[in-house]
Design a binder for this molecule. Structure first.
Ligand SMILES: C[S@@+](CC[C@H](N)C(=O)[O-])C[C@H]1O[C@@H](n2cnc3c(N)ncnc32)[C@H](O)[C@@H]1O
Length: 397
């Protein structure tokens, strides 16, 4: 989701909500909607099934004590350099496959030093820094979401883990400092009106999604064009192994931390079974697409059908949490299954209209062709553009 598009949407929609906005992003990811809501001092609820996404958002919500964070990161770096222990403190399946011994040793030193930091908010920031460090120094390629081992010559590359961690901390504090100084929130380093929850939108109870509570939903649901997997858990699988569960539980509050498998299972289009008795999604475009795909392997067709069912289920839950007259903006792109186009924008629009929303318009954005993709997925054409589809709830609901 592009921050510029996001801002334009907020600016266009807010005048229609004269009493202020209570914003919901049910797929908050790394929090681009959160950033835009914070800038405008709006009440915000963000949900994500991935604990790392929620941790990142929690750090962005503040307190943003950037100078202190950077100072702590440097002290942690120094403590790690003076730590001569070679043991790892914790183990997990695949540790030796995904981390060189020297790299794991340095990560363990950083982890120990972070655990010695007293302040919770500072530690959260440092965990996000270690997560980004892990992503870069592991033996997995970073060009793909799914875990793929690097080529032999890359596995032998020189790596200065602690230097890398410090550089990440520097870059992240610069980014956070920009947030901290951005008007109209200036002078306030804690976005108190933000509520962040880790969990599956479909399972959210009334405390997370109270009925008739939000008047602005701005979101981009998962719609990956990687047909082989639902890769949200994969993207955070290795980093999450380096953050102690008790630390994650503190930020993600309502939920226990999930494994990569659980995250992918519960993600839209994942392997979690829909509750029995749900009516099928009402979309003519889906019915036509499934017909056109009838020559494709049954598994592929089933996966698409389940993804749309999940999307429809989320939409139902989200609409229940909206007030009459609420504005809902969904950024979504078409995808491909077996090389054939799936008109997801049209399908989603039909789902929304079948649930009583009226479509107000769309902002189209052409995507850069530079995003890289794993060779095994290259047979599928890339998504070339996405739409921010704007809907309104009827006022007489
Ligand atoms: C396209 S990304 C959102 C990107 C986001 N707009 C941002 O600023 O980074 C979709 C997000 O939905 C989350 N997600 C997938 N299935 C979910 C579910 N069932 N409930 C809650 N979040 C889910 C994923 O973990 C992922 O972070």
């Amino acid at each position: 989701m592009a921050p510029s598009v996001q801002s334009a949407i907020f600016d266009a929609v807010l005048p229609a909500l004269p009493d202020g906005a209570a914003v919901l992003d049910p797929f908050v990811g790394s929090g681009i909607t959160l950033d835009a809501a914070r800038l405008r001092s709006l009440e915000f609820t963000g949900i994500d099934i991935n604990p790392l996404a929620v941790l990142i958002c929690a750090v962005k919500a503040g307190p943003l004590r950037c100078a202190e964070f950077l100072c702590s990161a440097r002290s942690v770096g120094l403590a790690a350099r003076f730590d001569s222990r070679v043991g790892l403190d914790h183990e997990f399946a695949g540790l030796e496959k995904w981390f060189r011994h020297d790299v794991a040793t340095d990560l363990a030193r950083l982890r120990r030093a972070i655990l010695d930091v007293d302040d919770d908010a500072t530690r959260d920031f440092l965990w996000v820094c270690i997560a980004e460090t892990v992503r870069n120094v592991s033996n997995s390629r970073i060009s793909t979401y799914k875990l793929h081992i690097r080529l032999p010559h890359e596995l032998r590359r020189p790596l200065r883990v602690i230097d890398f961690f410090e550089a990440v901390a520097e870059s992240f504090t610069e980014q956070l400092a920009e947030h901290a100084s951005a008007p109209p929130d200036s002078g306030r380093d804690h976005y108190r009106m933000a509520r962040l929850v880790c969990g599956d939108v479909r399972a959210a109870d009334r405390t997370v999604l109270p009925p008739r509570s939000f008047n602005l939903v701005i979101t981009s649901p998962p719609y990956g064009d990687n047909y082989t997997t639902v890769p949200y858990g994969q993207a955070s699988y290795l980093p999450l192994h380096w953050i102690p569960a008790s630390e994650l539980a503190r930020t993600t509050k309502s939920l226990h931390p999930t494994t990569a498998y659980e995250t992918d299972k519960g993600s839209l289009g994942g392997s979690m079974k829909a509750p029995p008795g749900r009516p099928p999604p009402e979309s003519e475009a889906l019915a036509v697409t499934l017909q056109l795909l009838s020559g494709e392997p049954a598994k592929r067709i089933k996966r698409l059908r389940r993804f749309v069912e999940d999307l429809d289920h989320c939409l139902e839950r989200i609409i229940e949490a909206c007030v009459p007259g609420a504005v809902l903006v969904w950024t979504i792109g078409d995808r491909h299954v077996g090389g054939r186009p799936v008109p997801l924008r049209q399908i989603f629009s039909e789902l929304a209209v079948s649930r009583g929303l009226s479509k107000k318009g769309a902002i189209n954005r052409v995507l850069s062709p530079n995003r890289r993709m794993a060779p095994r997925n290259r047979h599928a054409p890339r998504m070339s553009s996405e739409d921010s589809l704007v809907f309104v709830m009827p006022t007489d609901r």
